[in-house]
Design a protein around this ligand. Structure first.
Ligand code: URA
Length: 428
């Protein structure tokens, strides 16, 4: 078959700061998925996009072309509205676990197609897989049936959803082109739009443990994604939230499930509860159910009932004892004073090096590995008290984890502590 464009011409146009036409974008995404445009050509184009950007039309068309590369789900015949959440990834970010059943308990279905973790940020599926028996892979029919019966599904995205993104994301990962806002926005939104949710809330993380280290870049990414969702008919809003400090008191897999269950039981760390409720309120409002107060559903136990039903529906045992790491190492406070900083990136790297995360997508993760911290910024600590507990099955991992934590926290004496707000901004 003769091709209507040449990959080199398309690359050169973007290299020279030109605009790609709609037919060029449709073609290059499709031809790459078919294997006609080679990896080295697409990596060159991705670098040109990273350096020279794309306008709103180009990003929207690129997103549409990635959606068109695969199947598009449709939950229009469900008996309740749908709403989903996407986080750009952070440390200790277990929010999906309490959030999905909470929103389901409020009468809105949550169809979350999720991913595994890569690098220092954890993956929701890795966390859920620490529950004995729990199964991430569902057929479309199983997903639909569970949404109708339980109201919440968190499962692995099948190969049929935005295959162009799967191929392109793997290429970006090894060519230094992940950090391009047009490519991040179109990658995330192509999957969320293809997933078929009616409303979407984006949790765009800002800070040391996030993709976006400063608020200006995070706002640009959020505005781009909100624009893409809105143009595609998905009610989309974004919250910019802090990721200088890790969320809650745990980063890992089983230990994050445990903390999520505490939230569903009406307890848990205040910041995890605050963010869960803020995102739930946005998800409900987006689905036209802003009249329901999710705090009531945490308090009356119905969110916990939804969680158990959601885990059981995917063959997990919500009452099973979770895996525990074989080895632990306690880090004690080197001085007395106020814990004034706990760095999300340092904690995320330590959890990763302990075995909670993976370096290559085919690596296994340890269910029990991770970091528990016993104080949060603002807390008073006493010299010698436990500050963190490191957990792993392989004790030779402790040294590298301890290295990651060096310089990752400050204890100050007598200084005024200024708490940083968790919720930074709302876009949409
Ligand atoms: N997550 C995605 O799904 N895609 C990106 O490009 C970045 C983060």
């Amino acid at each position: 078959m003769s091709e209507p464009f040449s990959a080199v011409e398309v690359i050169v146009r973007k290299r020279d700061r030109g605009e790609l036409s709609d037919p060029e974008i449709d073609w290059v995404v499709d031809a790459y998925t078919r294997g006609v445009v080679a990896d080295e050509q697409m990596s060159s184009l991705a670098m040109a996009i990273l350096l020279n950007g794309m306008n709103r039309r180009e990003i929207a068309r690129w997103t549409a072309a990635m959606i068109a590369s695969g199947e598009r789900m449709d939950f229009g015949t469900l008996s309740r509205p749908t709403s989903d959440k996407h986080s750009t990834g952070g440390v200790g970010d277990k929010i999906t676990l309490p959030l999905a059943p909470l929103v389901a308990a409020c009468g809105v279905a949550v169809p979350q197609l999720s991913g595994r973790g890569l690098g220092h940020t954890g993956g929701t599926l890795d966390k859920l897989e620490s529950i004995p028996g729990w199964r991430a892979a569902l057929s479309n029919e199983e997903m639909f049936a569970q949404l109708e019966s339980v109201g919440a599904v968190v499962c692995a995205a099948g190969d049929g959803l935005a295959p162009a993104d799967k191929k392109l994301y793997a290429l970006r990962d090894v060519t230094g082109t992940v950090e391009a806002i047009p490519l991040i926005a179109s990658s995330i939104m192509s999957k969320k739009i293809a997933e078929g949710t009616g409303a979407l809330v984006l949790d765009v993380k800002v800070g040391s443990g996030a993709f976006m280290k400063n608020v200006e870049l995070a706002r640009e990414l959020a505005e781009t994604m909100v624009g893409l969702g809105t143009d595609a008919g998905v009610h989309t809003v974004a919250l910019l939230t802090d990721m200088d400090t890790p969320l809650g008191l745990t980063a890992g897999n089983a230990i994050e499930v445990e903390e999520s269950v505490e939230v569903l039981a009406g307890g848990g760390p205040a910041d995890v509860v605050e963010l869960t409720l803020a995102l739930a309120r946005e998800m409900l409002a987006g689905a036209g159910r802003g009249d329901v107060d999710p705090a009531d559903k945490l308090a009356d136990g119905s969110a916990m009932d939804s969680w158990k039903a959601m885990v059981r529906a995917q063959d997990g045992d919500p009452d099973a004892v979770l895996p525990v790491a074989k080895e632990s190492h306690v880090v004690t406070a080197p001085a007395s004073g106020t814990l004034s900083r706990l760095d999300a990136m340092a904690v995320g790297m330590a959890a990763w090096r302990l075995g909670a995360g993976r370096s290559r997508k085919e690596d296994p993760v340890q269910a029990g590995a991770g970091v528990r911290w016993h104080a949060r910024p603002g807390d008073q600590v006493t010299e010698g008290q436990p500050l963190m507990t490191l957990l792993t099955d392989e004790p030779d991992r402790f040294d590298r984890a301890l290295e990651a934590l060096e310089g990752g926290y400050d204890i100050e004496h007598g200084a005024e502590f200024e708490p940083t707000p968790l919720l930074i901004d709302r876009i949409g």
